[in-house]
Design a binder for this molecule. Structure first.
Ligand SMILES: Cc1cc2nc3c(=O)[nH]c(=O)nc-3n(C[C@H](O)[C@H](O)[C@H](O)COP(=O)(O)O)c2cc1C
Length: 230
């Protein structure tokens, strides 16, 4: 069993005013983030992608297993293969697999099975969840809360990209097994989310919708409803 020494931890204690200022400023920054589906081919330095992955990898994870892999693709030929495979799956999904209710939910966003941006963007980052790992002797080692942990890492990844002025799309061309084949990943890794990363194309647009207000997404000290017998 690995044992870690414990070290003192006291992050800087801010005044309530300073906390409020930083909270407001971070909220304003994040509220400007939008998913982009029309990218320019402008180059993005590799160091920026590395920085976002480093930031993502600070996420908490079940039993500190850090069960994520960020697989970065810049090779135009691999991007082309990903586009072809993603469009084949998405075409089947849009035309045969998605129920009407799902198609109706997507209609306002204006998505289709076509994904030309997968070839245009300078980088595609495919995040894999590591279903289990291996110990030093090569025995299978269980990971915990893999989806939750990888989701948290993806959230930090998106926030880091946005903070650096980069754009992305949380893309799930379903089913995503083709990504494991194209990228040659082992069977203990499962594709989780594909992130094209770059800058929006000139003239790119996004749907003009707001976000649910605080009152709708939060409850404070709720009590059980005495009339609810469910
Ligand atoms: C788990 C997840 C999967 C998503 N998959 C897709 C996708 O496959 N294609 C797509 O165009 N958008 C996808 N989205 C993006 C959402 O449509 C988008 O986040 C939502 O419309 C809100 O817009 P915003 O990100 O600009 O705030 C996905 C988002 C999440 C969280």
């Amino acid at each position: 069993m690995v044992r870690y020494p414990f070290i003192p931890y006291q992050p800087e204690r801010l005044s309530p005013d300073e906390s409020a200022r930083r909270g407001e400023s971070f909220y304003r920054l994040m509220d400007r983030r939008r998913s982009v589906r029309d990218f320019s081919a402008d180059a993005v330095p590799r160091q920026l992608i590395e920085q976002a992955i480093r930031t993502a990898s600070t996420a908490p994870s079940g039993a500190h297993r850090q069960p994520w892999r960020f697989v970065v693709v810049g090779d135009p030929e691999i991007k082309r293969q990903i586009r072809i495979a993603a469009e084949a799956e998405e075409k089947k999904s849009y035309e045969e697999r998605m129920p009407d209710e799902w198609l109706e939910a997507l209609a306002p966003i204006g998505t289709t099975w076509q994904k030309p941006f997968l070839e245009t963007v300078p980088w595609i980052v495919v995040v894999f969840e590591e279903l289990y790992g291996y110990d030093a002797e090569g025995n299978k080692r269980k990971n915990y809360y893999v989806r939750e942990s990888t989701g948290l890492a993806c959230g930090l990844f998106i926030a880091s990209l946005h903070n650096m002025g980069l754009s992305t799309l949380t893309h799930t061309p379903s089913p995503m097994a083709f990504l494991r084949n194209i990228l040659g990943r082992p069977k203990n890794e499962r594709p989780f989310i594909l992130f094209p990363v770059g800058y929006p194309a000139a003239g790119a647009t996004v749907p003009d919708f707001g976000r649910k207000p605080l009152e709708e997404v939060s409850l404070w000290d709720p009590k059980p409803d005495p009339d609810d017998n469910s």
